[in-house]
Design a protein around this ligand. Structure first.
Ligand SMILES: [Fe+2]
Length: 206
């Protein structure tokens, strides 16, 4: 029989770091959740009117414009990502906040597989430990060849990412991801932000 060569194609990466000043941001986010979770008392609920893949409570897409603390958080995360971009020499001169929001998952709530619109997406794990919920990355829906004899497959199209509270994950906004149901009675809180790559150039004389 002829020899068949296997050539792995494409890789995707998830980047992560621990956020300095996390405890301050955590308190601010918990305050916002406390207010928006008690609409009958505070009369504030910025959640979008249209359904999305997050099957849990959340704030508005433009929460950076509604909450100064969240705008600061977006800029703080962007600062660290830009520093990394500079160090690695990636061709992204600047990143700009496109959307940001807080998610909080009650018992049994989850997020279906989806991807974001931004060029780069970041997730801060605010209070997500001990909820038995996991963040998963999904490969695209292409054919996967499994051997009949495989007890455990030799590759996988779903990868579980374990992150401690205070961790920021960032990745290409096109990476498909999901969150499994929160099996605990504890609220699972995360913060998400989408960034657009910005190529500013000076305006010519006209
Ligand atoms: Fe997401």
């Amino acid at each position: 029989m002829i020899e068949v060569t296997k050539t792995p194609i494409f890789t995707q990466e998830i980047f992560s770091f621990t956020l300095p000043n996390f405890e301050t941001y955590k308190k601010q986010i918990q305050q916002i959740v406390l207010v928006e979770d008690n609409k009958s008392i505070h009369k504030i609920d910025t959640s979008p009117k249209l359904e999305c893949n997050v099957k849990a409570k959340r704030t508005a897409w433009n929460s950076n414009q509604k909450y100064e603390s969240l705008n600061n958080l977006c800029e703080d995360i962007a600062f660290h990502i830009e520093e990394f971009i500079g160090k690695e020499g990636y061709d992204i001169p600047e990143i700009k906040t496109q959307h940001c929001w807080i998610n909080w998952y009650g018992k049994g709530q989850n997020a279906l597989p989806h991807y974001h619109l931004g060029h780069l997406s970041a997730i801060l794990f605010v209070d997500a430990e001990d909820t038995n919920a996991s963040f998963y990355c999904h490969a695209n829906g292409n054919l996967v060849l499994h051997k009949k004899t495989d007890v455990q497959t030799n590759f996988n199209n779903i990868v579980e990412i374990k992150a401690k509270d205070g961790t920021v994950l960032f990745f290409d906004g096109g990476v498909m991801h999901s969150v499994s149901p929160n099996l605990s009675n504890k609220k699972r809180i995360t913060f998400a932000v989408n960034y657009l790559a910005k190529y500013s150039s000076a305006r010519n004389e006209y």
